[in-house]
Design a protein around this ligand. Structure first.
Ligand SMILES: O=C(CO)[C@H](O)[C@H](O)COP(=O)(O)O
Length: 230
C-alpha cells in the first residue's frame, strides 16, 4: 500500500526543511516512511553538530533509523510534552486532512503526532489531492477481523486484507495486529468517517488524520511549498 509517486530528491527537500524546525532541547516525534526518514537523518546530523534533542519513534523502523543516526530516543510515557512531530502521509487534502498507514505504522504515528504541539507532514507532490480518495488503512485485532470487515462494508467500504510481500500471509503490524485497506471512494466528509471508524469495536486505529496536521511541507523539484493550517 506504499505510494511511490514522488522522487527521492523531492522527499529529501521536504524532510530536510522540516528538520530545520527542530530547536535545542526539543522532544521530537519521529515519523515513519521514506520522507520522514530524510528528516530523521537530518536531525541526526544536527545532533552530531551538538543539537540537544530526544526523539520519540513511531515505529520499529524509525526507532532503528534514529539509533543509527545517533538521536537519543525515549518513549511517549517518559516525556511531559512533544514539541514537534515530523511525519509522512499517503495523501493530504486541501483542508490538511490526511491518510496515513501506507507503512502500517499509523496507530503509533497518530498517538505521537496528536501529542505534539506542532505536527508537520512532509510529502512529495504526488501526495497532494483536492479530496481524500485512497483506501484507508485500518489496524484490526486479529480476532475481530471478520466482524470489522462486516462493519466496514456496512459503512459502504470495500476492505482488503493487506498481505505481506516477502512471506505468505498477512502483514502483521508492529503491535501484532492485522491491516485492512478499506476503499471508500472519494471521502466527502473525513471527520464523519473518522468518527464512525473510531466507534467500531475491534479497530485499534485507522489512518484518517483529521484536524491534526498543522502544516505540510511539500518538496518539489526546486524547493519546498509550505502550507499552514489557517
Ligand atoms: O503513514 C506512513 C507509514 O504508516 C508513512 O508516513 C506514509 O506511508 C508515507 O510514506 P512515504 O514517505 O515513504 O511515502
Amino acid at each position: 500500500m506504499k505510494t511511490t509517486g514522488g522522487t527521492d530528491d523531492q522527499k529529501r527537500r521536504a524532510g530536510e526543511r522540516a528538520a530545520e524546525l527542530v530547536e535545542d532541547g526539543d522532544v521530537v516525534g519521529l515519523g515513519t516512511g521514506s520522507t520522514a526518514a530524510h528528516a530523521i537523518r537530518a536531525i541526526g546530523r544536527a545532533v552530531d553538530d551538538g543539537l540537544d534533542v530526544r526523539g520519540v519513534p513511531t515505529s520499529f523502523d524509525s526507532r532503528a533509523l534514529a539509533r543509527r543516526s545517533g538521536i537519543p530516543r525515549c518513549s511517549l510515557d517518559e516525556v511531559d510534552d512533544v514539541d514537534l512531530a515530523i511525519d509522512g502521509a499517503d495523501q493530504i487534502d486541501a483542508d490538511l486532512s490526511a491518510i496515513k498507514g501506507g507503512g502500517a505504522a499509523h496507530a503509533r504515528e497518530k498517538v505521537v503526532d496528536a501529542a505534539a504541539d506542532r505536527f508537520v507532514v512532509v510529502a512529495d507532490p504526488s501526495k497532494v489531492a483536492e479530496s481524500l480518495s485512497r483506501p484507508v488503512p485500518v489496524e484490526v485485532l486479529p480476532d475481530a477481523l471478520a466482524a470489522v470487515e462486516r462493519d466496514l462494508e456496512a459503512l459502504d467500504g470495500d476492505p482488503t486484507l493487506r498481505r505481506a510481500e516477502r512471506k505468505d500471509g498477512p502483514v502483521v503490524t508492529d503491535n501484532g495486529n492485522l491491516l485492512l485497506d478499506c476503499d471508500f471512494g472519494v471521502v466527502d466528509d473525513p471527520a464523519s468517517l473518522s468518527t464512525a471508524l473510531s466507534g467500531l469495536p475491534g479497530i485499534v486505529e485507522h489512518g484518517l488524520f483529521v484536524d491534526l496536521v498543522d502544516a505540510v511541507y511539500v518538496g518539489t523539484d526546486d524547493g519546498v511549498d509550505v502550507r499552514e493550517r489557517i
